[in-house]
Write a protein that binds this ligand. Sequence first.
Ligand SMILES: Nc1nc2c(c(=O)[nH]1)N[C@H]1C(S)=C(S)[C@@H](COP(=O)(O)O)O[C@H]1N2
Ligand SMILES: [Mo]
Length: 513
Amino acid sequence: MTSHRPRGIALAALSGVASMSAGVAVAQLVAVAVAPASSPVVAVGGAFIDATPTWLKEFAIERFGTADKTVLLTGIGLVLVVAAGIAGILARRRPSLGAAVLAGIGLVGVAAAATRPATGPAQTLPSLAGAVVAPAVLLLLLHRPRRAADAVAATSPTGPSRRSLLVGSLAVTAGAVVVGSVANVLGSRLRDLETTRAAIRLPAPAEPAAPLSAAVDVRVDGVTPFRVPNADFYRVDTALVVPSVDVSTWRLDIGGMVAEPYRIDYDELLAMPMIERDLTLTCVSNEVGGPYVGNAVWLGVRLTDLLERARVDRGADQLFSTSVDGFTASTPLGALDGRDAIVAVAMNGEPLPAEHGFPARMVIPGLYGFVSATKWLVSLEATTYADRTAYWTERGWATDAPVRTMARIEVPRPLSTVEAGMTAIAGTAWAQHRGIDRVEVQIDDQPWTAARLGAVPSVDTWRQWWLPWYADPGRHTIRVRATDASGQTQPADRLAPFPSGAQGWHEVVVIVR
Ligand SMILES: Nc1nc2c(c(=O)[nH]1)N[C@H]1C(S)=C(S)[C@@H](COP(=O)(O)O)O[C@H]1N2
Ligand SMILES: [Mo]
């Protein structure tokens, strides 16, 4: 036993957390100079996402939806705070041990950054800086020389007084908040694509989209608009920070099993003949009745125009596309059968929003997004399934993934209370590239009734539907099923999204008063 009182545990933990926050703040500042994705928190989060088993990822998407990334970042933050607190407590007796723990945490960031896909040695610099700064600050805090004024509160013959440790820790934390905020502001300034996007002049389409009939809209309040505004469009991807691509240096490589590989820049892409199409995108992770589906009008270059110029070998069966963030998708070359598969540069009349793949992404009607819709596209490679395996295929998802026929009830909302009397049941249905021919609704155990269908510009979009309903008081179950234009009615038996898309009839229960 030593004669002096040990410093309070809470204060010790605070000193650890303060030192950690200094390390993180400095790392964030360095990451501004290197790349947003090189921030240790983002690198660790990204590595975590890629290493997450499919069942857990499914659970996270289902449970937290688009907030899954916030949940992950908060989790990482909590783990950091706890680990740093422990480092501070350990440092109470052995400063070098506490410092070593902080350095170790920094090295986890270095390891994560070094193994990220879009990596170069520079990506590890932010984590390295943090791994040096955090332990150094801790040692400085603990070794602050005693001043005479602190003598009354002094607790340790070698360390600082309680008061100076408290003041020092709070000062360091405040400094970290300032540096972190500066890093944030600088980062978002640099990353601000809005100026660039606003300056882009989109070319006129050589083949404009068919004018939308007013009848695409069934005019029932609460139904998703036929074209979902960009700000409301669902977003699904593995990117923890939205990649910010500089169009002036962006290039698209077309290569692999081709006679003439080539590379084009953004202006060359914009100079190619553009087509404009309404296409509905769906995520394979969408549950029956789920939100991961949307329609937009896209402007872009035909994928086949890009590939024909390179002249793809007969032996190739897969188009392997790569994103700037390392995500990859595999598309069967056989799916490029004349359908309107495009490399899109614009969505609903605007250059692609950063979240949806600026400056260029793929959109192919009829296939789920994970095998067709690579955002922040940088490379198209003709290859074989034997040679290359894409991101989600490595994780057990299907390789060939046509969209399943699906109908969704949007009005009334599940478990809502509806006024008795005349009302409407309405929603959307989709079977991209086959088209929706019929939607039927069943209330409780009554016979199935055909719903009225909205107009569609092509078989590649979803279709709104509605049915007038005279609602009697009580509890009612509403069920829906769609039939595609090939005559196939969607099966009743439920399948989970993994590995090739959810199946089953959407059902909602409502209370009529
Ligand atoms: N770079 C990149 N592109 C991607 C993904 C991704 O994780 N990374 N996810 C795909 C999946 S699973 C879907 S469903 C669509 C979603 O496109 P959206 O976010 O624009 O709706 O993007 C696809 N393109
Ligand atoms: Mo997806």
